[in-house]
Design a protein around this ligand. Structure first.
Ligand code: FE2
Length: 271
């Protein structure tokens, strides 16, 4: 599935593999003035090629190394000969992608190897200059792109919605909160999110997310200090795991949010 929405200066591409006519998990990428931000998952390669083979793309920038963002890099690099820019850690994964867990392969597909160039501090198009901001937490290589005149923030998987209550193995709450603080300080007006697409009231939504996670952190800290086990904290705070935890073969879970909060307990002081 690929749905193209024209927002004037920015074109949004909403993609997903479908099962029984329903999208499995959405991945959005965006085109701004010849700059393509992310490329969608490999399972949507046919639709992406059809939609973009003659599109005015002259450079690609990647927010992070996950396969729903890098899945079609090889098409742009090898078939269209368009340069791809990414964080140095993203480039390492892109060049030699490790096998992904089965559920990720089923939903998004594995990314074919691709080469790119390291991002510098700015991304320049004909009309715009975007700041490249390192925003780790979701992954160590995660970057966001900020256009300061219109206050557009292309935030990859930094946001994903306020109510997200689970992490993949390895996500880091301290980095995540720090990254949210960093982008909130920019006062963005519109978010362009990997999962949710275009979102208005960007700063308010980011603050709301920050506060929800902060409050979860305080609650987990209180329970942990009271001697409650990690398993029981997950049950008390979240009501247990979502079904996706089991689908992901324990690669994603609310327990990892609890774990990373406990690993970073010292940051959760009453502000
Ligand atoms: Fe991601």
């Amino acid at each position: 599935m690929l749905i193209k929405t024209d927002y004037g200066e920015i074109v949004e591409f909403k993609t997903s593999r479908t099962a029984f006519g329903r999208p499995l998990y959405l991945a959005h990428f965006f085109l701004l003035d010849g700059l393509l931000i992310d490329t969608g998952p490999a399972h949507t390669a046919t639709e992406v090629k059809r939609a973009l083979i003659n599109a005015p793309v002259n450079q690609v920038a990647i927010t992070h190394q996950h396969e729903d963002h890098t899945g079609n890099c090889s098409f742009f690099e090898q078939e269209l000969k368009i340069p791809i820019y990414a964080h140095p850690d993203t480039l390492i994964i892109m060049k030699s992608p490790p096998p992904v867990p089965i559920y990720r392969h089923v939903i998004w597909g594995s990314q074919p190897p691709a080469n790119g160039l390291p991002l510098s501090s700015k991304l320049v198009t004909e009309k715009y200059t975007l700041d490249v901001i390192h925003t780790p937490g979701h992954s160590i290589d995660h970057v966001s792109f900020f256009e300061p005149v219109n206050r557009w923030l292309f935030c990859g998987d930094l946001f994903l919605g306020e109510k997200l209550t689970g992490f993949m193995v390895g996500e880091n709450i301290a980095d995540h909160l720090q990254s949210l603080k960093k982008v909130i300080a920019l006062k963005p007006k519109v978010l362009f999110c990997g999962l949710k697409g275009r979102i208005e009231n960007a700063t308010e939504r980011l603050i709301s997310k920050y506060e929800q996670w902060w409050n979860i952190g305080l609650k987990v800290k209180e329970l942990y200090k009271a001697g409650i086990s990690r398993n029981n904290i997950t049950k008390i705070v979240f009501g247990g795991e979502l079904f996706f935890h089991y689908i992901s073969q324990s690669n994603w879970g609310r327990c990892y949010m609890v774990d990373t909060i406990i690993d970073n307990l010292s940051i959760f002081n009453n502000q």
